[in-house]
Design a protein around this ligand. Structure first.
Ligand SMILES: O=P(O)(O)OC[C@H]1O[C@H](O[C@H]2O[C@H](CO)[C@@H](O)[C@H](O)[C@H]2O)[C@H](O)[C@@H](O)[C@@H]1O
Length: 331
């Protein structure tokens, strides 16, 4: 059942003035029997962008609707973020859901088990050295480095606009010289270890762990994200999910089925999902799985290996490039 779901409703304009009614056309996709998996990015999707990561707070209304959705037996929620996994869990602060941090390199399952993608050992030391280099050479004029453990983010949101390009270029050079992949984010450069893992692969890993190998037949999926790193997931889930890119631009390239203009519209969608799921009639459909039983499925062995990718000599901002599933891929 790998096909596009939107039929005649497939268009890519930004929808402004969204109301719950705007999502009515999704009823036939979500249907009345299947469990729904909501995969949601954090910054710029659930929480509006703020001058500093500590200030990007999830609005109370959004948190409340997520909390209620997390209590529905036929709704599974995973937050898929570029933040450190403990940090994003702290920011969302809802128990019983899945948290993926560092673009999926670390995943906390609702039953408390944790997945950590294998990392070449030398990169543990290299992260410290790259942090030192960035701090020494490019942390000025408001720019700073966020240490996320296996990853670093070089932030320049507070840097005067005319100084940004120079610092960005220098940071990219340092990141790539240290053997990391550099990727553009919102007023930031992400320094990621060169492993073939991203939000797309992490999303598929999460769905397979929760729902088993035939996950794509058993569930309906909604993925929402606002950044280039979310494009990996939108690409990987193409034809298997309803995908939304949060952007106020209609020229931003995206693999998503539709665009949403703001975090407010994400809230509107979540409210619509809640209303639809709450109105569904109880069903005996085997596709519905009690959510707490998903830990049984997590015990199925999943192949995992470290695959090193070559850091390119130029800027690595290819959101669609790392999506093709390798023979090692758990899917
Ligand atoms: O995948 P996400 O959950 O969207 O995380 C992506 C990055 O988000 C954070 O940085 C961004 O949001 C900050 C708060 O709004 C903003 O100040 C910054 O300019 C943005 O780049 C976070 O700090 C990063 O670690 C995440 O990778």
């Amino acid at each position: 059942m790998h096909k596009h779901f939107w039929g005649t409703f497939h268009y890519r304009k930004i929808l402004s003035n969204l109301s719950a009614k705007s999502f009515q056309s999704y009823i036939w996709y979500i249907g009345n029997t299947h469990k729904l998996a909501l995969l949601l990015d954090y910054d710029g999707t659930l929480a509006p962008i703020a001058p500093h990561p500590d200030l990007a707070i999830i609005p109370a209304e959004t948190k409340n609707v997520l909390q209620r959705l997390s209590n529905l037996s036929d709704c599974y929620i995973a937050i898929v973020s570029g933040r450190n996994v403990n940090n994003v869990k702290q920011m969302v602060d809802i128990e019983g859901i899945t948290y993926a941090g560092n673009h999926g390199l670390e995943i906390l399952h609702p039953d408390g088990t944790k997945f950590v993608h294998p990392m070449p050992t030398e990169f543990h030391d290299k992260v410290g050295e790259l942090m030192r280099q960035l701090q020494e050479k490019v942390c000025r004029d408001g720019a700073w480095v966020e240490n996320k453990g296996a990853l670093l983010t070089f932030h320049f949101r507070e840097t005067p606009i005319h100084l940004r390009a120079g610092l960005e270029k220098q940071a990219v050079t340092l990141i790539e010289a240290a053997g990391f992949l550099a990727a553009h984010a919102h007023c930031a450069i992400e320094a990621r270890p060169p492993v073939q893992w991203n939000k797309g692969r992490a999303s598929i890993y999460i769905l397979r762990t929760a729902f088993g190998v035939d996950w794509s037949e058993r569930i309906r999926i909604i993925y929402v994200g606002d950044d280039a790193t979310d494009e990996d997931a939108m690409q990987a889930l193409k034809g298997m999910a309803a995908t939304f890119r949060v952007t106020s631009s209609d020229i931003t390239k995206t693999a998503a089925e539709r665009r949403l203009p703001s975090t407010d519209s994400v809230l509107t969608m979540l409210k619509w999902v809640e209303r639809h799921l709450s109105r569904r009639k109880p069903s005996m459909d085997p596709g519905r799985i009690p959510r707490r039983n998903s830990s049984q499925l997590a015990k199925q062995p999943i192949q995992m290996s470290v695959s090193i990718v070559q850091a390119s000599p130029s800027m690595t901002d290819r959101p669609h490039s790392a999506n093709s599933l390798s023979p090692n891929h758990p899917n």
